[in-house]
Design a protein around this ligand. Structure first.
Ligand code: BTN
Length: 255
């Protein structure tokens, strides 16, 4: 990969800018967004010195894995735009299935792709509102473990290499495949909303109908994972018989 623009075969509505090293690709995209960059602008970096994960965690980002962020400016509310984390996880699942149809074991709420039950990727959405409180833009940051994975992560992690995929599968091929799949799913979501995304996501959901634990900042809930609601919140039947809708938290499975 050379610094500059890429030679990936992708729809013309996307443009990929390649960088050797950045702090965080999300921050690079934010700078471009503030300068008026278009929907579909992507920054892809070989490594990040300050990669971020969800809930303020660090995303360790050595050379070898895939790190990129996409600028999106859909005409949707901020709440609706949060649906895009599900769209991203579906597109990642598509891209990995294209390498090996049987590799993906499921999706973990809200947006983790699991291989053999372990996390191989993560999605970090960051949005900016305009002065009236409407969505100005959204940054969709994606990290995929191709060869490295943390062995001390809160949730067990893996890499494509650990799951037996050849090292020849480069980050560029995976990114290309992701963008093509995301393009189709993004268009459908813009036209039809969350319904079809929701059912596609539920088809691949791990642990549906089973006992799960959800870690929140001050407590851990346990209950049966019933579904995700019309906005993507996790619907949990608590052990005390009450129902709880969770909008942010870390899911763990009982078995
Ligand atoms: C998670 O915690 O699961 C989300 C991880 C998101 C990591 C990606 S790597 C590219 C982009 N830049 C960042 O700093 N974070 C996201």
């Amino acid at each position: 990969m050379k610094e500059g623009t890429s030679s990936l075969v992708i729809p013309s509505s996307f443009a990929v800018i390649c960088k050797e090293e950045v702090g965080s690709t999300n921050d690079e995209v934010r700078l471009l967004a503030e300068q008026g960059a278009q929907d579909g602008t992507i920054v892809w970096a070989l490594r990040q010195s300050a990669g971020r994960g969800r809930q303020g965690r660090t995303w360790v980002s050595p050379v070898g894995n895939l790190y990129f962020s996409t600028l999106l400016r859909p005409e949707k509310s901020i709440a609706e735009a949060a649906n895009l984390s599900f769209v991203a996880s579906l597109a990642l699942s598509d891209a990995i299935r294209q390498l090996d149809r049987k590799l993906v074991s499921g999706l973990k709420w809200p947006n983790d792709v699991l291989l053999s039950g372990k996390k191989v990727s993560g999605v970090l959405l960051e949005s900016k509102a305009d002065r009236s409180g409407n969505l100005d833009y959204l940054i969709m940051g994606v990290g995929v473990n191709l060869v490295h994975y943390p062995d001390d992560a809160r949730y067990p992690a893996t890499s494509l290499r650990e799951q037996g995929l050849s090292d020849d599968i480069g980050a560029d091929k995976l990114l290309e495949s992701f963008i093509n799949s995301f393009d189709a799913r993004y268009k459908l979501w813009k036209k039809e909303g969350f319904d079809s995304v929701r059912s596609a996501w539920l088809d691949q959901a791990h642990g549906l109908g089973e006992k799960i634990y959800v870690r929140l900042p001050g407590e851990t809930l346990s209950g049966r994972f019933v579904t995700i609601d019309k906005d993507g919140a996790l619907d949990l039947d608590l052990e005390n018989g009450k129902q709880r809708l969770v909008t942010a938290g870390d899911v763990f499975f009982a078995s």
